[in-house]
Design a protein around this ligand. Structure first.
Ligand SMILES: Cc1cc2nc3c(=O)[nH]c(=O)nc-3n(C[C@H](O)[C@H](O)[C@H](O)COP(=O)(O)OP(=O)(O)OC[C@H]3O[C@@H](n4cnc5c(N)ncnc54)[C@H](O)[C@@H]3O)c2cc1C
Length: 512
């Protein structure tokens, strides 16, 4: 069912009121509805989209032939621009919406962004042009009813606001400039057919008309909705999720445009329904007088909570004034939203399936980033160099089987271990006091505040070393011995063992 304003008028009055002022609200409602299908898909029988080659209908016509076909047009642009521009590969990118247009904006530090210059994708000048605002500092703070919360300040963390569409637009120009490469809008992935030496990808245009294209490798970058990830991971593509909604707006009262509010909670957990949820805000200055606010919570993918973006948007608009007060000239420029994926690996190394013969998954479809600090874009930026160079080598050597392709991934043992910490932030009304997540996180902030600034920067930039995490955890256990019981409640036997295996894997990996 396509969502319209009329559908939400009575059920979601705050969202209705805010969205009715947006010129393209129906488009956003459609995309929100599309993302919210994720929750139903988790319950439905598995759809087979990776098919054996001999089931490809005999009478089809191949409309084009490429080295790489990218299904999904967001982070794919960065990868494809390198493959086409630097390695001369013939690429095709298709998206069921418009390639290079995102439903979110990104924060990152400038140093991290400079990776894109190091690999020759952008010049430093181009990078600086897409940074629409830099902040002097940022902070993290968790609610305490008596006002005793620790505000943890940090520098050089998520302190650049990037215009995502501008960045993707630059990458798109580089793809289009490469001879033989193509971008298709309004084109949906339907199925793919695996052969020994290639893959055929079946897509449908806006009218449902099927087309077939041939490639050496299909790169699945369809994000959290990827049906390929769903099939390869037997219907459980994520263990945890972080539903996130927000706006880019202007006209709030008392905004500090030099400071990013990286994580902020303003109250105890919301226990009104399901298992309960600890809502967290973020606030980032953007270009000119614009300001981005996000509301999100961490949860298990299969929890009984209502995790729909639609209802989170209703909560966002209802409670926004408790976080930032809209002034008389308040205007929403654009909503931002998505479901941030997370996967806890039950093993010493990566356990999630991220490849098959002639198929490779990147970005949120691969779900190897950490949701702790929103860093799916950051993960791609950090790993782009080897994700492109290794795939080019695999193409040259014709090593395109699952066994070879699955080695090309953004798995980072430190990120995998840190992802376990997200479980402590998933509120559970059955075991937790309403202010549990805030109390625990407040202790973590006090521990980090006592350590040199490098610790907090490493934690919030996914760069933590094993000895640094050990130091933080030991100090936390000393200050807050309750964390040991909590670990048992939150992680259980299997989760605690999984965390332990991740740490052992990290200890023995080259990334320490
Ligand atoms: C609100 C929000 C804020 C964020 N902020 C940050 C941040 O500050 N820093 C950071 O590092 N990360 C951030 N992230 C995470 C980051 O945005 C994601 O990791 C990143 O967008 C993932 O890109 P992707 O290309 O893998 O997937 P997506 O961005 O989800 O793109 C997938 C694309 O595939 C298309 N698609 C889906 N299904 C099909 C199909 N069947 N056929 C064809 N096309 C299809 C979709 O239309 C979409 O364009 C944020 C996420 C959200 C939700």
């Amino acid at each position: 069912m396509t969502l319209s304003l009329d559908h939400i008028r009575l059920t979601h009055p705050h969202l209705y009121q805010a969205f009715s002022l947006l010129p393209d609200c129906e488009l956003h409602l459609h995309r929100i509805g599309e993302l919210d299908q994720y929750w139903e898909r988790l319950k439905q029988p598995l759809r087979q989209v990776i098919m054996p080659g001999d089931t490809l209908p005999k009478d089809i016509v191949i409309s084009g032939e490429y080295d790489l076909i990218y299904a999904g047009g967001t982070l794919s642009l960065l990868h494809a621009a390198v493959m086409a521009g630097k390695y001369g590969r013939k690429v095709m990118i298709f998206d069921r919406q418009t390639p290079a247009k995102s439903t979110r904006d990104w924060n990152i530090s400038r140093n991290e962004l400079l990776n894109l210059a190091d690999i020759g994708l952008f010049t430093e000048r181009e990078i600086d042009a897409v940074i629409v605002r830099r902040y002097k500092t940022g902070w993290v703070e968790f609610y305490k009813p008596d006002g005793s919360q620790k505000r943890l300040s940090m520098e050089n963390v998520l302190d650049c606001a990037v215009d995502a569409d501008m960045l993707l637009g630059l990458a798109k120009e580089k793809v289009v400039a490469a001879s033989g490469s193509t971008l298709l809008a309004g084109t949906s992935f339907t199925k793919c057919y695996q052969f020994d030496d290639h893959i055929v990808v079946q897509v449908a245009d806006c009218k449902g008309q099927p087309f077939w294209y041939k490639a050496k490798v299909l790169v699945d970058v369809m994000g959290i909705l990827s049906p390929i990830a769903m099939q390869l991971n037997e219907g459980l593509p994520q263990t945890h999720v972080c539903p996130t909604v927000g706006t880019i707006a202007s006209g709030f009262e008392n905004i500090d445009f030099d400071t990013g509010e990286i994580l902020v909670s303003t109250g105890p957990a919301d226990t009104s329904a399901g298992k309960g949820r600890q809502l967290i805000w973020e606030g980032f200055p953007a270009k000119e007088k614009q300001y981005i606010t996000y509301l999100f919570f961490y949860d298990e993918a299969d929890s009984p909570n209502d995790k729909s973006l639609l209802s989170l948007f209703e909560t966002y608009f209802r409670t926004l004034p408790e976080y930032k007060k809209p002034g008389t000239d308040f205007v929403i420029h654009r909503p931002v939203y998505g479901i941030i994926p997370a996967y806890c690996h039950d093993g010493f190394n990566r356990t999630r399936e991220i490849a098959d013969d002639h198929i490779i998954l990147f970005g949120d479809a691969a779900s190897l980033g950490s949701p702790l600090t929103f860093c799916g874009f950051g993960s791609m930026v950090r790993n782009l160099h080897h994700l492109t160079a290794d795939l080019d080598r695999a193409l040259s050597e014709n090593n395109l089987s699952k066994r070879h392709l699955e080695k090309i991934n953004a798995y980072e043992p430190n990120v995998a271990s840190m992802a376990n910490l997200m479980k402590y932030m998933c509120f559970n009304a059955a075991t937790d006091e309403p202010n549990f997540v805030n109390d625990l996180m407040n202790e973590v902030m006090i521990v980090l505040d006592d350590l040199p600034p490098h610790y907090r920067q490493a934690m919030f930039r996914d760069e933590m070393k094993i000895e640094e995490l050990a130091m933080v955890m030991l100090r936390l256990a000393w200050r807050y011995p309750n964390v040991l019981t909590v670990t048992w409640d939150k992680l259980g036997v299997q989760g605690s063992l999984g965390f332990f295996k991740n740490i052992v894997g990290w200890a023995f990996s080259s990334v320490r």
